[in-house]
Design a protein around this ligand. Structure first.
Ligand code: SF4
Ligand code: SF4
Length: 172
């Protein structure tokens, strides 16, 4: 058995230590938090770039991307040419009540149609409103930060290239 009141003293020690520390609590929503520009807030869709290829929907581990599309046929250009077909996006929606913000869809998209926006203020009282349809996803594009400038510094030599030059020096 421990000394009576030992737990209380230990608890007070923790309280005293915490009192001496600087508070890091942010007074949100009265004060907006200073988030890094690349924060994962919401996913934006550049509709013009989307080819309805379904890769993002197939890779999504939460199955929360819904895509509908149809194929349109355009007339052939020359006499010998075949008719051309293209996919037209009818629906693109993300259910943010299921999304776990893993970013796999953005990585998987081969056409740069999905982007992270740091915007996070889209809480809803009705869960159904957390499914954002393509017009709303398109609007989030206005909040996507511009890409970072390319690093002007000289790029370091690729390891394969330096290994190859070392090997050729050894042979010489
Ligand atoms: S971030 Fe992850 S969970 Fe959310 S829609 Fe993209 S792939 Fe699905
Ligand atoms: S967002 Fe990208 S991966 Fe998803 S359907 Fe459109 S083009 Fe394909």
């Amino acid at each position: 058995m421990g000394l009576p009141g030992k737990g209380l003293v230990e608890g007070l020690k923790v309280t005293a230590k915490t009192l001496a520390r600087r508070s890091v609590t942010e007074q949100y929503p009265d004060v907006q938090p200073e988030l890094p520009p690349r924060s994962r807030g919401v996913i934006a869709l550049m509709e013009e770039n989307c080819t309805s290829c379904m890769l993002c929907a197939r890779e999504c581990p939460s199955w929360c991307i819904y895509i509908d599309s149809h194929t349109e046929t355009a007339p052939s250009v020359g006499e010998q040419a075949r008719e051309r077909s293209r996919n037209v996006l009818d629906r693109f929606a993300i259910d943010f009540s299921l999304c776990m913000y893993c970013g796999i869809c953005i990585e998987a998209c081969p056409f740069d149609a999905l982007f992270w926006s740091p915007e996070f203020e889209y809480a809803e009282t009705d869960i159904r409103n957390l499914t954002h349809e393509k017009d709303r996803l398109r609007d989030w594009m206005w909040t996507v930060p511009a890409p970072q400038p390319i690093d002007p510094g000289p790029a370091s030599e690729a390891s394969e290239a330096s290994e190859a030059s070392e090997a050729s020096e050894d042979e010489a």
